[in-house]
Design a protein around this ligand. Structure first.
Ligand code: B12
Ligand code: SF4
Length: 493
C-alpha cells in the first residue's frame, strides 16, 4: 500500500529552544517498510502545508497516518484529515501517538468520519496490523484500534524494541533538527517507559508503568546510523540502571564513537549512578535536563516526585562539578502572584543552570486530570501546551502572562542574550559558516515568540474543537489501571 505518514507542525516551545526529528513516526515507518509497504514521511515542523499537498497529489497515498503525540496539535490534524478526505475520498486515514491514545473517541467525533481509526499505544505493532485489516474492513479486530463504533481489543506491546529501528532516511531536511547549540542534532531511544508515577505526567500511564530497553547492540547499531554530531537521547529518565548505561558506553568506546549528547534524567538517578554519567561525560555528554518541577518539599510531594530539595540541590552541585551544562524545569502554578514570580526569578538568577518554566497543565491520561479541584478555564486543545494557563490564575490573566514572560525573558537573556551571545559568538559563527542557522535564529526570535499579548490573545480565538472535561470532577485518584494505555503482560489478569 502507498502510505504517507505525517507529523504536525511545531508548537510554540519548539520555535525557540529545539526542534527534533519525529522518532516515533520514523519507527512506525520502519515497521510498515518491513511489512512491504511503500512509505513516505512528511514532518510539518520542517515542511510547509503546500509540500504536504504536493505529496497528496503526486504520491496519491492509499493510507495517511498522523502522529498525535501532543494534545495541542489535535485541531490541526483533524482539519488536515478533513481536507484529505475531500481531496482523496478513498484514502484510509488513521492517527496514533501518545496524546491521542487518551482521547481517541473524542478525536474521532471531531473528525466526523475523516479519521477512520485512532490506533492507541505503540505503533510498530498496530500500524502493520491495521493496514493488513483495511481490505476486509476487519478494523475492530486490530489491537489498539478505536473506530466510530468504539474501542476494540487493547493495544499490544512490541515484543522487542530492537525491531524496527527508525527509518531516518525518509524524513529529509534533517539539518533543521537542533537543540540549543547542538545544531544539527538527531534523536535516539535507548529505553521506553518510566517506573515512577508523578501525578502530572502521562509517560508512565501510557506504558502501564513498565520500563523496557533496547539491547546495547541494537542501541549502538542505531547510533552508527546517525550522521549528525549531536544526539538527543529521548528516554524519559536516562540510565535508570547503571549497568544499562555502562553497556552502551562500553560499545561506543570500543568503536570510538564520539558525539555530543543531551539527555533527561532524575536527580536521584543521577546521584545514584554518578559514575555512569561521568563515563558518558567522557563520551561527549554535554547537556542534561533535570525535571526539578518544584523548589520546596510540599510542591514535590504534591507532584509525587518522590525526591527531596536536598537530593535535587546535591544533584545540581555534582553536575556543576562535572562541568555538565544543566537545564532545569520548574512548573509555574497558575496561583502564583507577583511575589512568587519574583522569588523564582531571584532563585533562578542565583544558580548557573538554564532554568525553564512551564505552566501547570492537567492532561488527559494523568492523575491530575481527575484530581485537580480547580475548574479548567478553557477546553481549547491548542492551549494545552504547558505554555498557556488553562486553570484559573490568581493574577488577572494578562498580568499572569506578563509576569511569566518577564521571568522567561530574564532567564532567557541570562543564557541567550547579549552576555551569553558574547560567550557563544564563536559557536554562532561556526554554525553560520557550516550553514546551520537554527541556533542563531533562535537567539533573536525569543521576544517574538514569548510575548504576553500574543499569549493572552490566543485565549480569545474561536475554538472549533473542545476537549471534553473530566466527568464529575474533582475525584480521588482513579484506579491507576484505568489510566493505562498499555497493560504490561505481567499485570494482565
Ligand atoms: C522526546 C520528547 C519530546 C521532544 C520531542 C520529540 C519529537 N520531536 O517528537 C521535545 C523535547 C522536543 C519535546 C517537547 C515537548 N513535549 Co515532549 N516528550 C518527549 C517524550 C519524553 C518522549 C517522546 C519520544 O520521542 N518517545 C520515543 C518514540 C519512539 O515514541 P513516541 O514518539 O511516543 O511514538 C510511539 C507512539 O506514540 C506511537 N506513535 C507515534 N506517532 C504515531 C503515529 C501513528 C500513525 C501511529 C499508529 C502511532 C504513533 O508509536 C510510536 C512507536 O511506538 C514524551 C514522553 C513519552 N515517554 O512519550 C514527552 C511528551 C510527549 N511531551 C510532552 C510535552 C507536554 C511536551 C511539550 C509541549 C512541552 C515540554 N516542555 O515538554 C513540548 C512540545 C513539543 C512540540 N511538539 O513542539 C508530554 C505530552 C503531553 C500532551 N498530552 O500533549 C509528554 C507525554 C511528556 C509528559 N510529561 O507527559 N518532547
Ligand atoms: S515526570 Fe519523569 S519521573 Fe515522573 S513519571 Fe514522568 S517521566 Fe517518570
Amino acid at each position: 500500500m502507498r502510505v504517507l505518514l505525517v507529523h504536525p507542525s511545531a508548537l510554540m516551545y519548539s520555535e525557540i529552544f529545539l526542534r527534533l526529528e519525529p522518532l516515533g513516526l520514523e519507527r512506525v515507518a520502519a515497521a510498515l517498510l518491513d511489512d512491504g509497504h511503500d512509505v513516505r514521511l512528511i514532518d510539518l515542523q520542517v515542511y510547509r502545508k503546500h509540500d504536504l499537498e504536493r505529496q497528496l497529489t503526486g504520491f496519491a497515498p492509499e493510507a495517511v497516518g498522523f502522529s498525535l503525540n501532543y494534545l495541542a496539535n489535535v485541531p490541526e490534524v483533524v482539519d488536515l484529515a478533513k481536507q484529505i478526505k475531500v481531496m482523496l475520498p478513498d484514502c484510509f486515514v488513521f492517527a496514533g501517538g501518545h496524546s491521542v491514545s487518551f482521547v481517541a473517541e473524542q478525536v474521532l467525533a471531531h473528525a466526523e468520519g475523516a479519521i477512520d481509526v485512532v490506533l492507541k499505544g505503540e505503533g510498530e505493532t498496530g500500524a502493520p496490523a491495521l493496514l493488513a485489516a483495511v481490505p476486509d474492513r476487519a478494523l475492530a479486530e486490530v489491537p489498539g484500534a478505536v473506530t466510530a463504533d468504539g474501542p476494540g481489543r487493547p493495544p499490544a506491546m512490541l515484543h522487542s524494541l530492537d525491531d524496527h529501528l527508525p527509518a531516518r532516511h525518509l524524513g529529509g531536511r534533517r539539518r533543521k533538527y537542533f537543540i540549543g547549540v547542538m545544531d544539527p542534532a538527531a534523536s535516539i531511544e535507548f529505553t521506553r517507559g518510566c517506573p515512577w508515577d508523578c501525578s502530572f505526567c502521562s509517560a508512565w500511564t501510557f506504558y502501564g508503568r513498565s520500563y523496557r530497553r533496547l539491547s546495547p547492540e541494537a542501541a549502538v547499531a542505531d547510533m552508527t546510523r546517525i550522521a549528525e554530531p549531536g544526539v538527543f537521547i529521548v528516554d524519559d529518565v536516562a540510565f535508570i540502571k547503571a549497568q544499562e548505561g555502562d553497556e552502551i558506553a562500553a560499545q561506543l568506546e570500543q568503536r570510538k564513537i564520539r558525539k555530543k549528547y543531551y539527555l533527561e534524567t532524575r536527580c536521584d538517578v543521577f546521584l545514584r549512578n554518578e559514575e555512569v554519567f561521568r563515563r558518558w561525560k567522557r563520551l561527549g555528554l554535554e547537556y542534561m535536563f533535570l525535571g526539578l518541577e518544584a523548589l520546596d518539599e510540599d510542591g514535590l510531594k504534591a507532584f509525587r516526585k518522590r525526591t527531596t530539595p536536598k537530593v535535587n540541590n546535591k544533584a545540581l552541585e555534582v553536575a556543576r562539578s562535572m562541568g555538565l551544562m544543566v537545564a532545569i524545569n520548574i512548573i509555574a502554578d497558575p496561583d502564583w502572584d507577583e511575589a512568587h514570580f519574583a522569588f523564582v526569578r531571584e532563585w533562578a538568577m542565583s544558580v548557573p543552570e538554564i532554568v525553564n518554566i512551564t505552566v501547570q497543565t492537567p492532561y488527559p491520561g494523568t492523575e491530575t486530570w481527575f484530581t485537580e479541584s480547580r475548574h479548567l478555564t478553557t477546553l481549547d486543545y491548542r492551549l494545552f501546551d504547558v505554555q498557556h494557563a488553562v486553570l484559573p490564575t490568581r493574577l488577572p490573566l494578562h498580568r499572569f502572562y506578563t509576569e511569566l514572560f518577564r521571568t522567561q525573558s530574564v532567564l532567557a537573556r541570562k543564557h541567550l542574550g547579549f552576555a551569553a551571545l558574547a560567550r557563544t559568538t564563536g559557536i554562532a559563527a561556526r554554525h553560520v559558516l557550516r550553514g546551520q542557522t537554527n541556533f542563531v535564529r533562535m537567539i533573536w526570535k525569543f521576544d517574538k515568540v514569548y510575548n504576553a499579548d500574543r499569549q493572552y490573545s490566543e485565549h480569545q480565538r474561536e475554538a472549533r474543537y473542545l476537549l471534553p472535561p473530566p466527568a464529575g470532577k474533582p475525584v480521588a485518584a482513579p484506579d491507576r489501571k484505568e489510566l493505562f494505555v498499555h497493560v504490561p503482560l505481567r499485570r494482565r489478569p
